[in-house]
Design a protein around this ligand. Structure first.
Ligand code: IMP
Length: 203
């Protein structure tokens, strides 16, 4: 029987992405729900890394599998890295991304392209059954466009443009975005660590 990874998320897109990236590892990958774990976790860290580790540690207390958790967001350099760890909560959790994106574009009014640099950041934390942990950070660099563009993705994708493609990440097919995304990069970075634990985790 394969080792188990529990990914501390309820997001099906993230589950699809992690399963694709780790398909060659000898792990069965379960969401929290699939593992029967229900928790309300307060993410009160001040960095992506802290929040990811808070989530992973909370879930690890409920099981003896490898637990992974992520925390992500958008950093805009001109706005002192806002919205950062508050990306989901920016302007209120219930405010639509149409409004949040329009607001960020407005705050950058008149700012030239060179100063509109931004990145998506994703920290992925792993807590292993032996009590050790590891946190990695993946990023994708880009800039905030002058108008929203594209129908794919979610959140800030319509305003986040990548130079290599000359379009927003909302204009990329999901597979293409996953190939270059902050979360994909962080999950790929964690792969070696998971391989090291493949044979010593609880079965
Ligand atoms: P979480 O890590 O899933 O809680 O995501 C935090 C927030 O960051 C999301 O609600 C989005 O606002 C933003 N975010 C994170 N990753 C992306 C992305 O790939 N595209 C667009 N927005 C993102």
């Amino acid at each position: 029987m394969a080792n188990k990874i529990i990914f501390a998320t309820g997001n099906q897109n993230k589950m699809r992405e992690i399963r694709e990236i780790y398909q060659d590892l000898d792990y069965e990958i379960l969401s929290m729900k699939e593992a029967g774990i229900e928790l309300d976790i307060v993410e009160d860290g001040t960095t992506f890394e802290e929040n990811a580790l808070i989530k992973a540690k909370a879930v690890a207390q409920c099981c003896d599998a490898v637990v992974l958790a992520d925390d992500s967001g958008l950093e805009i350099d001109y706005l002192n890295k806002e919205p950062g760890v508050y990306s989901a909560r920016y302007m209120g959790e219930d405010t639509s991304y149409e409004i949040k994106n329009a607001n960020l574009i407005q705050r950058l009014e008149g700012v030239p392209k060179e100063q509109r640099t931004a990145r998506f950041v994703c920290a992925v934390a792993a807590v292993f059954p032996d009590g050790t942990n590891k946190v990695v950070r993946g990023t994708i660099e880009g800039y905030i466009g002058y108008e929203p563009q594209g129908e794919h993705g979610f959140g800030y994708d319509p305003i986040f443009y990548v130079d290599a493609y000359g379009c927003s990440t909302a204009s990329l097919e999901p597979e293409e975005k996953n190939r270059i995304s902050h979360r994909g990069n962080a999950l790929r970075m964690m792969k070696d660590e998971l391989k090291k634990h493949e044979n010593i985790s609880c079965k």
